[in-house]
Design a protein around this ligand. Structure first.
Ligand code: ADP
Ligand code: MG
Length: 618
């Protein structure tokens, strides 16, 4: 029998491959925009006619191509982005398969005009159905313009399969949003049938979101920011009130690439649990940065799904970080950490005298006071408006009933002064001493109805100080303690520069600086919660933390500063606390918005169920 296997001609192979890469005009838009970004463009324009069916044109001011490269770019597997397989694991570009231009040229009329910046003359190439129609030198601007006309001209079945113009336009806008959100530092415009649809100047993420989704969006955004060893998360979530029935505003970017991940989406939903009704979806714009080696973006041909090495850890972190931000947001509801002056919100906060944020805390609440018996206890650390759940934790401790009551009044007085003191308390053991115990000068143990809870003293105090300081720094209402004699401190020049950058924020926490020299600092006031002897340690630690983290301005800087200060000011492990100190700390902890996690997302409290104990005695 005669041999029957033949190699497919290139243009047929390209047409088949094109089916995978180009499903609709939006796929072409995505590929061309991504190529322009890979070419390091700072300005990209997209021009469309008839939802891209007649024309899709992308112009960039990127590096351009040499004549040879321009010709080669239409070959299949022609790419400048990877050379060997290992390169796949350290990708910093959008493209790498070298298929897009070849595929697009197989099913459309394509004109490429390109010029490198250091060349006088560029190149113009016309390709139709994979065949080069013409190639000539051309006087063109630096950068690249690719025009894709008459998509699927040679595959009528595919062309007929396209949806109506509004539907295809919607798909294009979706792609455009994803690319534009991931690259706020690039200016984009989009024109459709001569109408300017988007005009997005170079900006930051917040402005980009607002430019795309409208001015009202600004006040809905809650900043999210966290850095850990394996992951950096930045971005915004929409306040719970603005959760929507549709999933329109849900964006995950990993290393600036839009991805779909139902798993991470679930993590965000989990963080919103209890804050939104069922059936509505939270909005988010989250930018994750991970080591390129820890992801595999190659599992899906259109590359919107990726595989992470350590999905579980990512899940936990995304959830905790978003939850944390929502918690902070409710501490300071009218603050806008990254506020752009051009994006003024109706609050116009700047012209009003500072107002204390309202914190819904029941100041008379004392978890140690005896309370009427109650049966249902849900998760003990979810605070309710009425505090009976809390009090109910202590029900059943009959013996202490009388002493606990008398203690209530004392703690009540302490709350009135409402200050965090450096040395928690200095009184001798209090009456209600039986209610808490200290273990290894590290844990505070307290019996609760269902068993016992164990509180990490250092982390608990961190949480208390963190919320207090964050409040001060954001509403600029810190009280400072005047020092009798100014504290003189010496720092290296670079350290002083770090401090100078955050001088204003430090002042909002309660520091008062008399002089701010090149390498000396004279401090005349310090935050109330800070002991004088700790002042220089706190500043040194702060400098260290800032140098380690290199945060960007605004929100993350405040957060970092407050986290660092809370960490170095908090009572240390190994310090013995008397019962009054212990209880004061516990009370303050439970007045926090997020008592159960530390500012660095470690658990503060764990509970041991009596059932668990019972099991140990079998
Ligand atoms: P890939 O992006 O996967 O490398 P493409 O088919 O999209 O494959 O592009 C092929 C090559 O053409 C790219 O690797 C790049 O070198 C070049 N190229 C494509 N578009 C541009 C552009 N806008 N500016 C400069 N070079 C480009
Ligand atoms: Mg590409």
């Amino acid at each position: 029998m005669a041999d029957i296997i033949q190699l497919l001609p290139d243009h047929v192979a390209n047409q088949i491959a094109a089916g995978e890469v180009v499903q609709r005009p939006a796929s072409v838009v995505k590929e061309l925009l991504e190529n322009a970004i890979d070419a390091k463009a700072s300005i990209i324009t997209l021009v469309l006619k008839d939802a891209g069916k007649t024309l899709i044109q992308v112009t960039d001011n990127g590096v351009g191509m040499s004549t040879t490269d321009a010709r080669l770019s239409f070959e299949r597997h022609a790419t400048s982005k990877i050379k060997v397989a290992e390169d796949l694991f350290k990708l910093h570009t959008k493209g790498f398969r070298g298929e897009a231009l070849a595929s697009i040229a197989a099913i459309a009329h394509v004109v490429l005009k390109t010029k490198e910046h250091d060349q006088e003359i560029g190149t113009k190439i016309t390709v139709a159905g994979s065949k080069v129609v013409s190639q000539e030198p051309a006087v063109v601007p630096s950068g690249t313009t690719i025009s894709v006309k008459n998509l699927f001209f040679n595959i009528p079945a595919r062309r007929n399969f396209l949806k109506s113009n509004p539907v295809e336009t919607r798909h294009i806008i979706d792609e455009f949003h994803r690319v534009a959100l991931a690259h706020p530092n690039i200016a984009f415009t989009m024109t459709h049938n001569q109408d300017l649809v988007f005009n997005l100047p170079q900006s930051n993420v917040r402005q980009r979101i607002v430019n795309i989704f409208g001015n009202k969006t600004n006040e809905k955004l809650v900043p999210v920011s966290e850095t850990t060893d394996i992951l950096k998360i930045e971005g915004f979530v929409l306040k719970p009130d603005f959760a929507k029935k549709s999933r329109g505003q849900q964006f995950f970017f990993v290393n600036d690439r839009f991805i779909k991940s139902s798993y991470l989406n679930h993590a965000v939903n989990a963080a919103f649990e209890g804050l939104i009704k069922s059936g509505v979806h939270p909005g988010y714009f989250l930018f994750l940065e991970v080591d390129p080696q820890s992801i595999d973006i190659n599992i899906h041909p259109t590359k919107t799904e990726i595989k992470f090495d350590d999905e579980h850890a990512l899940y936990a972190m995304v959830r905790a970080t978003v939850k944390h931000s929502l918690g902070q947001f409710s501490i300071a509801p009218i603050l806008d950490f990254n506020r752009e002056s051009t994006l003024d919100t109706p609050y116009n906060y700047a012209n009003k005298p500072p107002i204390s944020p309202t914190i819904d805390v029941d100041r008379s609440f004392n978890p140690f006071s005896a309370a009427p018996k109650q049966k249902n206890i849900d998760f003990p650390f979810k605070r309710d408006k009425n505090t009976t759940h809390w009090e109910s934790l202590y029900v059943g401790l009959k013996d202490e009933e009388s002493s606990a009551t008398s203690y209530t009044q004392e703690t009540h007085l302490t709350f009135e002064s409402d200050e965090v003191t450096g040395s928690l308390f200095d009184e001798e053991d209090a009456v209600a001493g039986q209610l808490t115990f200290q273990l290894q000068n590290k844990y505070i143990i307290s019996p609760i109805k269902s068993g016992m809870m164990i509180i990490h003293q250092h982390l608990a105090h961190q949480r208390v100080l963190y919320e207090e300081l964050l409040k001060n720094i954001t509403v600029h209402q810190a009280v400072s303690q005047q020092l009798l004699f100014p504290l003189e401190m010496n720092f290296s020049k670079p350290d002083m520069q770090v401090l100078q950058k955050i001088q204003e924020q430090l002042e909002h926490t309660g520091f008062v600086f008399e002089t701010f020299g090149e390498d000396t600092l004279s401090v005349t006031g310090i935050p109330v919660a800070l002991a004088e002897s700790q002042a220089s340690t706190v500043l040194e630690q702060l400098i260290q933390d800032i140098m380690d983290e290199v945060p960007d301005a605004g929100f993350s800087q405040n957060d970092l500063l407050v986290r660092s200060m809370a960490k170095s000011m908090a009572v240390k492990t190994g310090v013995a606390l008397n019962s009054k100190e212990r209880e004061h700390l516990v009370n303050q902890l439970f007045m926090c918005k997020e008592p159960s996690i530390s500012p660095s997302n470690k658990p503060v409290i764990i509970t041991l169920d009596a059932n668990d104990l019972d099991k140990k005695f079998i």
